[in-house]
Design a binder for this molecule. Structure first.
Ligand SMILES: Cc1ncc(COP(=O)(O)O)c(C=O)c1O
Length: 369
């Protein structure tokens, strides 16, 4: 396998060094939590190999959120990232065909490319409000289509789909004997009503999630996949056992103790996201250089510098990063024009966010041609 690093990882704040980033608008998660604030003790924990599927009580707790799902449908993984890797490599070969939306979180595209399968993209465009074209998905189906891969709420745009649209895509998967990989890492962060867990709607769906994005615990590296197809589920377990046998029991324990108190922790997180979202909305309204499609969930948005504005785009990022020590996710992280930028508004506090947004304006002004 010829692994290549992705720009989103090479240029991530943790790789640049957090000390070089003063205004961090590049994160796709909420603020990372401090271990002491969780009030957790691990004194009695035995550091043994854990259950290969994952800590049963934690899987029970996750399952209790979803209709028709039991712990036996849940495989714990090392973040959502490894779940995506396991699903892609378990289902796709170089003889298969995949339909995947773009832009997308990197792994959802890079791992299929690595496998060498045939890929058709369903591009979400700014001009179509980043809406999903379901007819396009239907029209792309081939006899060797093995999987359709969607991410909702979407990263980097923050758009969502409705239940009717989700059901239509599931029908396409069922009618064509293929799977739907549904990355719903941001599920808990929709502004409107939550959809049912996609994997609870059909045996052809695999849902992916983690505690990284919504709960601010990305360093725990704890995610999961959910699937009702037992045979496929066993393949995923075999893949997990070959890559890392079981999860870290420390990570599982912290995730378990956190999720037992989820409502308490999450209500604070939601309040913060709502406040910061208002700041971003007001900012977009108050200026004339950027335009956006207003997000409907998650903690990121994907505005662009208006196409008619003549700007030195490389100079813009230089000024933003070096002079103003402000970081966003540039369009090329998502194979998009660099006029697009992902702004993460869940991570900085409100003052850092305001200053970071203002620095974007200053950097545009300093680079207008
Ligand atoms: C949509 C999406 N899926 C999966 C991941 C992977 O996250 P983790 O492995 O920390 O759960 C990310 C991280 O940015 C993401 O944005």
């Amino acid at each position: 396998m010829y692994y290549q690093r992705m720009p989103i990882e090479i240029e991530s704040p943790e790789q640049l060094g957090y000390e070089n980033v003063k205004y961090n608008l590049a994160e796709s998660s909420v603020t990372d939590l401090n271990y002491c604030d969780l009030g957790i003790t691990l004194d009695d924990l035995v550091i043994c190999y854990g259950d290969h599927l994952g800590k049963p009580q934690l899987r029970d707790l996750i399952a209790s959120e979803y209709e028709g799902i039991s712990k036996d449908n849940i495989l714990l993984t090392v973040g959502a990232a490894s779940a995506l890797f396991i699903v892609n490599t378990s289902i796709l070969t170089n003889k298969d065909h995949l339909i995947v939306i773009r832009p997308n979180y990197g792994i959802n595209i890079e791992t299929p490319k690595l496998i060498g399968c045939q890929i058709d993209y369903v591009d979400l465009s700014f001009e179509s409000n980043f809406r999903l074209d379901i007819n396009k998905i239907s029209s792309l189906i081939k006899s060797n289509t093995k999987m359709i891969s969607l991410t909702y709420p979407h990263n980097p745009t923050g758009v969502v789909i409705n239940l009717d649209e989700l059901n239509q895509v599931i029908k396409i998967a069922e009618n064509n004997n293929c799977y739907l990989l549904y990355d719903e890492t941001y599920r808990d962060m929709v502004f409107g009503e939550k959809l049912p867990l996609a994997a609870s709607l059909s045996k052809n769906v695999i849902s992916i999630s983690s505690i990284s994005k919504a709960y601010g615990l990305p360093g725990i590296r704890l995610g999961w996949l959910i699937c009702q197809d037992q045979k496929l589920f066993n393949t995923f377990l075999a893949a997990k056992e070959q890559i890392f046998i079981c999860n870290s029991v420390i990570d599982e324990e912290i995730a378990y103790l956190f999720l037992k108190e989820k409502d308490k922790h999450f209500s604070k997180i939601l309040k913060n996201i709502k406040n910061n979202f208002i700041i971003v909305k007001d900012f977009i309204k108050s200026q004339s250089y950027l335009e956006w499609q207003q997000p409907e969930g998650g903690v990121v948005c994907f505005p662009r510098i208006k196409p008619e504005l003549k700007i030195d785009i490389e100079g813009f990022y230089q000024t933003l990063n070096i002079k103003h020590k402000t970081f966003v996710g540039p369009g090329h992280w998502f194979e998009m024009d660099k006029r697009f930028m992902r702004i993460g508004y869940g991570w900085p506090d409100s003052e850092q966010l305001k200053q970071g947004l203002n620095n974007i304006l200053l950097s545009i002004e300093e680079n207008i041609k």
